[in-house]
Every structure is written in C-alpha cells, then in structure tokens.
Write a protein of this length. Sequence first.
Length: 268
Amino acid sequence: MTTFDINQYRITEEPFYQAQVNEVALYEAAYAARLPVMLKGPTGCGKSRFVEHMAWKLGKPLITVACNEDMTASDLVGRYLLDANGTRWIDGPLTLAARYGAICYLDEVVEARQDTTVVIHPLTDHRRNLPLDKKGELVTAHPDFQLVISYNPGYQSLMKDLKQSTKQRFAAMEFDYASADVEAGIVEKETGVDAGLAAQLVRIAVTARNLKGHGLDEGISTRLLVYAATLIKQGIPAADACRMALVRPITDDADIRDTLDHAIDAIF
Ligand code: ADP
C-alpha cells in the first residue's frame, strides 16, 4: 500500500495577496473556530489567491477541487479501483483533506449538482465526519480540517443555486474587485509593469465593469488585467494586448467589442 504524503499540499512560499479590508482577520477567526467559510464574488477577483495565502499563513495544507456539473459524490469522497492486485480504495480529495487535516477548497461549488454537494453536510456541522458508505468507514475529521467554498452569485443564480440547507452551513465573506489604486498595485506587483501602465489597464476594466448588465454578464477581472500586463511585458503593443486579454475573452457581441476597443484606443 502506498502511503499518502499530505506535505505535497503545503504551500512553502508566501502567495502574494493584497488585502482589501479586514478579510485576513475574519478568516483567521473562522479558521480558529473551524467554521466552514464561503467566499462570494465575481470570477478572477482574488478568492483563490486569498485561500492560498491563508493556507500558507496558517501553515496548513490546501487541497483545491474545481467543481463541475459532471462531478459525482465519488469524485469528492473516493472510490474502489480495480488494478493488477485486485480492488483498492482510493480516497477522494475531500476525504484526504478530512483525514489528514487540510483546508479543502471547493472552487465554484455551485457548478456541482446538488446531490453531490450534500456529501459535505456532515463535515460542516457538529459531527465533523464523513461517512464512506461504499467502504463502510466513518472518517472523523482531523482537528485541522476546514472546508472553504467559492461561489459567484452573479451569473449562476438564474439557473443554479446552492440549497439553503447548504448555504446555511457556512459563514460567508464577500469579495469584489479592489478599488482602482489597489487593483493597479496588484497588477504592478504581479507582473512588474510600471504604475502608470497598471493604472491605464485598470481604467479599461472600470469602463467594462460599468457595462455589466448592459450587454456584459461579467466585467473584466483582475486576472485578465494581469494577463494583459503579462502580454505587454512580452513586448506586445498595449492596445493589442488589451484586445486579446481584456475584450475578446469576455464578449462575442460586436457592439460591446467595438465599445471596449474604442475605450482602449482612447487610453493607449
Ligand atoms: P478567483 O478565485 O476570485 O476567481 P483568483 O484568486 O484566481 O480569482 O485571482 C485571479 C488573479 O488575480 C490572481 O492570480 C492574481 O494574479 C490576481 N489577484 C486578484 N486579486 C488579488 C489580490 N487581492 N492580491 C493579489 N493578487 C490578486
């Protein structure tokens, strides 16, 4: 039997995270009480980076699962596999985190079907355990285990949502794009572009975010600003980099595309 090494999930170098308000203190308090935490906010605004930073700061391993609609409870919990030596049980990421004391981060949990999501319930209340029905084992969560989920309330809410019985197991923290000067600082720090260029990129994002609900489902994320700055660092002219990284990914609508392209031309 191969032994599992949880240390591979430890984050050894500090992930840069620019705090916006008191989120570090709030999270530390929630972790100290092992409360499950929900991070809400638009895509690419820093939720995953925040969890990585906090796992590093608390010195805990972090197991991240990108959720999708085809995911089953077995993908989280584990399954029997057949190999040359017969069948053997393989723990899923949620079970590993519970058994060995990691922070388990279920990214975009709303993508998973509700019958998948309910497997987290016994881990998120006073029981803090995980029944492995197929294996006939009840895993008691390690004292360091904590469950964190991310959730983008914007675009899914019409089609998909979390059950109230799931939502009400979490303390929730709201994230959003940083204010313009803080966001420019993030782009500068992440990519090494100068402050002036970072501020120009943020101005384009602000224009696009004002179009949200008027033809755009989501604004330009901090992640895309980092991409644009990275392309510029590679030697791509700023306007081309912005079209490629900031506009083309977020819209297929010709009018919106032209509006944003003009905003770029006005800035560069
Ligand atoms: P989310 O999980 O909200 O979709 P991420 O955490 O992956 O978004 O953030 C996307 C990128 O944006 C990160 O890789 C990082 O470059 C940058 N970023 C956003 N917010 C911050 C922040 N507060 N501090 C540092 N980097 C940030």
